[in-house]
Design a protein. Sequence first.
Length: 301
Amino acid sequence: MENTLWIFVAVAAAGFQTLRFMLQKSLSMGTLSAGGATLARFLFSAPFVAALALGYLSFSGADWPALGNRFLPFALVGAMAQILATWCVVALFQHRNFAVGITFKKTEVVQTALVGFLVLGDRISFGGLMAILIGLLGVLVLSDRPEGGAGLKRFLNKGAGLGLLSGAFFAVSAVGYRGATLEVGSDDPLMRALISLMVVTASQSVGLGSYLIWREPGEVGRVLASWRSSIWMGLASLGGSLGWFLAFTLQNAAYVFAVGQVEVIFSILISVLVFKEQISRREGAGIALITASVLTLVLFL
């Protein structure tokens, strides 16, 4: 492909996202509930996103772009799906180690390809399909429980279920976000990404914050009290989300997520160096397959 900017942007987004999940796991291990850690990710990102979007709009001298009729539905569906996906990932960290938890989430690549085709008509090449299937094989290897089991029980467990569910929600959110960015009336990819991201993070903060006030009294206060740690997660989230949104304006969401699987490599470093967790041979084999999937995709596109 002539335009390869989206590849570098997706790799950078994966790096920021790994950092954000590391901080999110730390917050969910006693400081906040899964819902609170999820809210912190959005709440401490939204002000930075809004400042950056409005600042860029002023700096560029452009008028507020026209928004298509489908912008808000795409943005809000994507926002809700991302909340549910992030919640699943935080809950998943309580069942499996960091690197494997992140890799379970990578089922989003296969599911995004399907959702993108059904909703937006996005198509993938034969080489891209092969890369995605190699990645799926890696996910199946990683979905095996550490304690083993017989038959399908080795794959049908809570950790695998949460991983697959998070992947499904992330797939819906990715396609929703790509659809939203395409509804912004601007030829500037960064402008489209920033406007979409500002609307999404604001709606997520208000929506999830209201839910926690209702269902988990006092949790929003604990989230606000965690600002010394959460503000860094907000900045990491800004880098990751802006990278994903910008990549979605340039390329098929399934391809973006496929390249984003380099997040697995980053997560291995975090898992071993920060959380002092061990990677088994089976987990190493699954991670190797994920890596091969990314390399195959880059070579074929």
